[in-house]
Design a protein around this ligand. Structure first.
Ligand code: ADP
Length: 269
């Protein structure tokens, strides 16, 4: 804990005295430290692909100059490093956008089934090539919540993409959409999106930190899968903006489960 102490002289009826003011500035120090950590992390994440790109350029200008096969191979590597930087910048922009507007609650009428439908459509190629089957369970009537279609689609994308990426090959990702008249967490009606995989999961001790920016359970595997380490931080912020809750559960070897609980009450605009 950090305090700023100010001492001032005061005159009272019973004579002169001193006034001591203690101001708790712990939160300010913590915010400052978090900002510094974030900038250091971003710089590190950007520097890694940049260093690789510079190395490839040097090789192309030097030893591999007249070797067509090597040139083609190096250009492929360079493209994938450039894509990594592009994904990182895209996720950083998404994050800063949702953070900036966290107080504004979006109130469009969103059909969650449609969000999920569009995610499954755009992830088809990825899930097919990973040999993962996505099993969707949803009620017959549309599940509607007040919110922002694009943001909620991003939540579903990040969670389902993670389940496909980290879930073991050839297994099933279970996506469930349901409604409840009373969610204890929200003390009211809610829509619940659950994404569960049958992959390796993780030790529950990671759960409190999973939604921190750049926190990864397995950095090597995340990088290998093209992860930026920002997906769950973005999910958390979007869920907060919708006044919802994110629940995470996992055990090593038993897959992982991510549950998004969104208030279904309130008048969708
Ligand atoms: P990344 O871009 O690295 O996937 P995320 O913020 O989406 O970043 O996830 C943070 C970390 O949480 C990942 O690096 C991974 O270690 C872990 N993780 C997320 N989803 C799963 C999952 N379904 N199964 C196992 N680990 C997961």
């Amino acid at each position: 804990t950090s305090f700023v102490v100010t001492v001032s002289k005061v005159e009272t009826d019973s004579g002169a005295g001193a006034l001591l003011c203690f101001e708790d500035v712990t939160h300010l120090e913590q915010a400052g430290q978090m900002r510094r950590d974030f900038v250091a992390n971003v710089s590190h994440e950007l520097r890694t692909p940049l260093t690789a790109l510079m190395g490839f350029i040097e090789t192309l200008q030097g030893p591999a100059k007249d070797d067509a096969a090597a040139t083609a191979r190096f250009l492929g590597f360079m493209q994938s490093e450039a894509h990594r930087m592009e994904r990182l910048v895209r996720d950083l922009l998404s994050l800063s956008r949702v953070e900036a507007e966290e107080r504004v609650r979006p109130m469009d009428r969103v059909d969650l089934g449609k969000c999920i439908g569009s995610v499954l459509h755009s992830l088809r190629a990825v899930s097919d090539s990973a040999g993962v089957r996505i099993d969707l369970q949803q009620p017959e009537t549309p599940v509607i919540v007040p919110g922002d279609f694009d943001l909620l689609t991003q939540v579903a994308t990040n969670l389902i993409e993670n389940a496909v990426k980290y879930g073991a090959q050839g297994k099933v990702v279970h996506v469930t959409l349901e409604t409840t008249p009373h969610a204890t967490e929200l003390r009211g009606p809610a829509a619940i999106l659950t994404v569960r995989d049958e992959g390796p999961g993780f030790d529950p001790l990671h759960i409190p930190r999973l939604t921190e920016r750049f926190y990864r359970v397995d950095t090597h595997r995340s990088r290998e899968m093209g992860g930026t380490g920002l997906g769950l931080a973005i999910v958390k912020h979007i869920v907060n903006r919708h006044r919802g809750r994110l629940r995470i559960a996992s055990e090593p070897g038993k897959g992982a489960e991510f549950k998004v609980i969104l208030p279904a009450g309130g008048r969708p605009g």
